[in-house]
Ligand binder design. Sequence first.
Ligand SMILES: C=C(O[C@@H]1C=C(C(=O)O)C=C[C@H]1O)C(=O)O
Length: 361
Amino acid sequence: MTDDKLKGLRTKIDKLDRDILELISDRARCAQEVARVKQNEDAAAVFYRPEREAQVLRRVMDRNDGPLDDEEMARLFREIMSACLALEEPVRVAFLGPEGTFTQQAAMKHFGHSAVSVPMAAIDEVFREVTAGAVRYGVVPVENSTEGVISHTLDSFMDSSLKICGEVVLRIHQHLLVSENTRRDHITRIYSHAQSLAQCRKWLDAHWPMAERVAVSSNAEAAKRIKGEWNSAAIAGDMAADIYGLEKISEKIEDQPDNSTRFLIIGHQDVPSSGADKTSIVVSMRNQPGALHSILEVFHVHDVDLTRVETRPSRSGIWNYVFFIDFEGHTDDPVIQKVLEKLGSRVNDLRVLGSYPKGVL
Ligand SMILES: C=C(O[C@@H]1C=C(C(=O)O)C=C[C@H]1O)C(=O)O
């Protein structure tokens, strides 16, 4: 009886799989056709459309009634789109490396696994590689919910004319990792990126108060380094543990359970509105009383939601300040155009870093 039931269900699954296969192939052929149409219009056409991909994923999540949850379903579609796009040309993406960093994880989450990811040694190298055209996009971290802004990234924007084409938020889980050579009862040193050490500060104080904490250039670098040292452990994420073949001896050791990092996608593209967008700008002004207030007032008057304001010292004069401001809306919206016009008259300099779809996944 159960056997008959199972057999029936498996026949049904086999039939559904055949249908899914055919449908995905149809979809891939359609995407190829889109690419041909785009190329006929313009030989240098860019196939990847961030706003269109965001719309597809949002619609999938809206329509989904379970039993798979919205994020799981969107992830499947993310990979289908990534594979469809790679039929034309796999997207090449530079990221803050080496292999196994959270930034690489963010790149894969945003572009899917058919993208080709290229590791860079530093944030400004990611900017340089994209500027030079060796890759079309770059992924850099910009802020962490526990540790705040990544000032290197903001500073790189000051020297660059690249645009922000997207954002992606990643839940960050840190683990304590050892290699097969580590003598676990003799760990005297723990390597990680300074940000990660800070994200696990309380846990380290409680569990490894005597171990020396050594900051290195990335978590993946920390993971790589302990392979040759019998008295060291590393703090890094799942991807680094997998790539470097390390064992997790303590999992999810971050002090804040909702620890997450926001990454930006940088490129040359102006992205049209997806219907739910953010805009990032940088303004500079004299450091006079009421300076910040006069900027914020414009957003308040026009009822535009600010999502972040960061101050950085300007390098062009000691009395100038630079504000990085993120807000909801797109430069195509008339209200946003009005806001930008008003702001322009109140500051020394205003640059739009980009309007881009709000992170979906
Ligand atoms: C098919 C298109 O091109 C690409 C592929 C997409 C897809 O597979 O859905 C979506 C946007 C683009 O990245 C398109 O512009 O619609």
